[in-house]
Design a protein around this ligand. Structure first.
Ligand code: BJW
Length: 249
């Protein structure tokens, strides 16, 4: 019998940083090079679709070169080996958790391997460079294809399932996310309100750090495998004390 019955793990860009994929808000991150209003809003796409196509074609090319790191692999292992339920929710649009063999995963901000037809709402595998010249394979209309990702002002995917899981978990862990973007940033408060133990695994304190009962700060490739090992070896019903640990400063 495991210590926790239901674990929800929310991941962000910091999980994939050591696989070579840029984060958004760290210095030198994606938002230092692009204005999010131009590339991550429906209005930006309407104004200049070519810039958005170029941005996501570039992100998809970089994603295709990346490989899972030890943190992705540790989370997949936890999902396979933990005797309680482990729900993985990612804000990342890369497929590194799938590549690490995660069994099930909610991509709340979509995927860089799928495209969406704005004419017929088909969600399709994205196999070639996106452009205004691409025809929808379903409705055959031209010019309506866009990346199947969630931009500011749009509702993230699978919110009902996520809310149910967060409301029912007894352990909530956030990994490599700044706590800057809602609704993901609100999950910790909801989990805590429901009595869950809450853990932040991040290089540095996030914007929502104050909501977490336990903090481990360091690179994901070090702290995530360690934390997973601890969970897998933890005797049942051994209480967690509130603590802060820093690795590498
Ligand atoms: C490491 C590390 C290492 C680095 N190891 N760690 C005012 C108040 C509240 C909300 C709003 C508001 N005004 C507008 C809103 C809503 C808005 C919002 O949140 N805005 C804020 C900016 C204020 N949100 C939305 O519009 C969302 N929709 C919505 O709210 O709909 C309404 C609704 C919701 C629910 C039910 C009903 C209705 C949609 C948000 C869509 C976000 N989209 C993006 C881009 C698309 C995907 C893509 O292109 O990839 O998603 S934005 C971008 O931010 C991306 C990410 O998924 C998301 C989160 O970023 P993340 O992952 O946290 O990355 P960073 O860079 O911020 O942080 C990295 C972290 O890693 C840092 O902490 C580092 O320390 C750490 N790190 N290296 C460990 N090696």
């Amino acid at each position: 019998m495991s210590r926790y019955e239901k674990i929800v793990i929310l991941t962000g860009a910091g999980l994939s940083a050591e696989s070579g994929l840029a984060t958004f808000r760290d210095s030198g991150g994606i938002w230092a090079q692009y204005d999010y209003r131009d590339v991550a809003t429906p209005e930006g796409f309407q104004r200049n679709p070519n810039l958005v196509y170029e941005f996501y074609n570039m992100r998809r090319r970089e994603g295709a070169k990346a490989t899972p790191n030890s943190a992705h692999k540790a989370l997949a292992r936890l999902q396979r080996e933990y005797s309680g339920e482990v729900v993985l929710v990612t804000q990342n649009i890369d497929n590194l958790l799938e590549q690490a063999d995660a069994q099930s995963l909610i991509h709340m901000h979509g995927k860089m391997t799928k495209m969406l037809c704005t004419n017929c709402d088909a969600r399709l595998p994205w196999t070639e460079e996106l452009s205004a010249e691409l025809k929808c394979p379903e409705c055959e209309l031209l010019g309506g294809m866009r990346p199947d990702v969630v931009w500011f002002g749009e509702v993230p995917y699978e919110m009902q399932d996520i809310a149910a899981a967060v409301g029912a978990c007894d352990l909530f862990i956030a990994i490599g996310t700044s706590g800057n973007v809602y609704p993901a940033a609100s999950f910790v408060a909801a989990a805590r309100e429901n009595g869950a133990h809450t853990v932040e695994l991040n290089l540095a304190p996030s914007d929502t750090t104050g909501y977490f009962a336990e903090h481990v700060h360091g690179p994901a490739t070090e702290i995530v495998p360690d934390y997973v090992e601890q969970l897998l070896n933890e005797p049942p019903n051994e209480g967690h004390l509130s603590k802060s640990v820093a690795i590498n400063g």
